[in-house]
Ligand binder design. Structure first.
Ligand SMILES: *Cc1c(COP(=O)(O)O)cnc(C)c1O
Ligand SMILES: [Zn+2]
Length: 415
């Protein structure tokens, strides 16, 4: 039995397992697992880490896990002796088949199982364009979870998955930008019978992403000294920190927290700006190297958030230019022989910068999180299904989309 409590990181109060915020102080909530030590289970995918996922049982048939392997190619290019790569994506030779090709595939299945365990069968609302939307569409299809995806019209062409989309998904195309989709999604989620997936505040999303660190620690037999990841919201950074805290408490993986090395694409880099105190530019997400890294209000200052994770691990944030990202992408793809997404290239470039500045040394143990890859491979080898828009909405408030709620319920086949 998965046994856990959800507690506020600030006042330590216990909240409902499904709460997203502490009513006393607005801080992040965090899962506390009864199992102090990690026992890998003989279960498929992420459910190997079932003891440290906030669910009462695994979700059958969905939830592939990433692979960790010791790098030869890139390690040689960079002169590193202990470089480990965590790969989330499609790469059959390495036994990793996360078919939406990003580590959002770690967040959606535990979130959906967590939601199913509420018992009141709500419709889940997700506002996103890219990897998050695809991961939730896939997991919801396989798990038959009612889902509303709110996407900007222009993002529709990116909504492919490799399973047949279920009838339980309603795609609302907003005639506006990503922020309009987020605004409308927020309003929908506050309606009776609907709930928001919760973003960084959702413990199931964070603990799902934490699987990267758990899998790595088992492979490396220790916590790494350094963790590199490209961030938009920084949720993956918080998740890596929280998983590390659990592994330290376990006692068998070392006592030092891995240093977080988080990377953003300048100039659209609010976390980099906040951490380094450099000026913010606001022309995002247009022209970003990879717009999955766009997030206008990351959980940075909130207690238990990105800033705390960086301070607690004595971490760093890197600002990466397009040119650095493109060079790093080429270097990685040639050295490791797999295609990676733009966001992952930003992390590779940060590793390069850290080496140049001597922040990491040749012998240090390093975990490089390749958060997405293998899309070209997958496109050659798998059939893709496109999600079509079911409804159109105006980029304004719900009240100007009078029939939207009724129409969504009709599409989802409830009343
Ligand atoms: C979402 C995403 C990121 C950034 O994740 P955070 O939520 O900011 O930790 C990085 N890479 C890829 C491929 C992503 O999809
Ligand atoms: Zn609190």
């Amino acid at each position: 039995m998965g046994e856990y409590l959800v507690k506020c990181v600030s006042c330590n109060s216990t909240q409902s397992p499904h709460a997203h915020v502490c009513p006393n102080d607005d801080s992040l909530l965090r899962t506390e697992y009864l199992s102090r030590q990690l026992t890998p289970r003989d279960l498929p995918g992420i459910w190997k880490f079932y003891d440290w996922l906030p669910v009462m049982k695994p979700l059958k048939g969905v939830g592939e896990r990433p692979v960790t392997y010791k790098s030869q190619g890139l390690a040689k290019e960079l002169g590193l002796e202990n470089l480990y790569i965590s790969f989330s994506g499609y790469w059959p030779e390495r036994n990793v088949t996360m078919t939406t090709c990003s580590f959002k595939d770690l967040e959606a299945p535990p979130t959906i199982q967590h939601v199913k365990e509420r018992g009141d069968n709500p419709v889940l609302v997700v506002a996103s364009v890219g990897n998050t939307a695809r991961a939730f569409a896939k997991a919801a299809s396989l798990a038959d979870q009612p889902l509303v995806l709110v996407v900007p019209e222009k993002g529709l062409s990116r909504l492919w998955i490799t399973t047949k989309p279920s009838d339980n998904i309603c795609v609302v195309a907003v005639d506006g930008n990503y922020n309009d989709a987020i605004d409308l999604g927020g309003q929908l989620a506050s309606q009776p019978g609907f709930i928001s997936e919760g973003g960084a505040r959702n413990v199931a999303r964070r603990d799902g992403m934490g699987v990267v660190m758990l899998e790595a620690a088992l492979t490396m037999k220790t916590l790494p000294q350094h963790y590199f990841q490209a961030v938009g919201s920084g949720t993956g950074g918080i998740a890596a920190w929280e998983a590390s805290l659990r592994l330290v408490r376990d006692g068998r993986f070392g006592q030092a927290l891995p240093k977080l090395h988080l990377a953003q694409n300048i100039p659209c880099a609010p976390i980099f700006s906040s951490w380094t105190g450099s000026a913010v530019e606001s022309q995002c997400p247009e022209g970003m190297y990879d717009d999955v890294l766009f997030n206008k209000s990351p959980p940075y200052d909130i207690i238990g958030g990105v800033k705390d994770a960086l301070q607690s691990t004595r971490g760093s944030v890197y600002g990466i230019t397009h040119k650095e990202a493109a060079d790093a992408q080429k270097l990685f793809e040639e050295a490791e022989e797999i295609d990676i997404v733009g966001a992952a290239a930003i992390a590779v470039a940060a590793l390069g910068q850290a080496l140049e500045s001597n922040a990491v040394k040749a012998k240090d143990s390093i975990l490089l999180n390749i958060t997405g890859g293998g899309i070209s491979r997958l496109e050659r080898e798998c059939d893709l299904f496109m999600l079509a828009s079911n409804l159109k909405a105006k980029p304004t408030d719900l009240t100007s989309n009078i029939d939207l709620l009724t129409s969504i319920r009709e599409v989802l086949g409830s009343d």
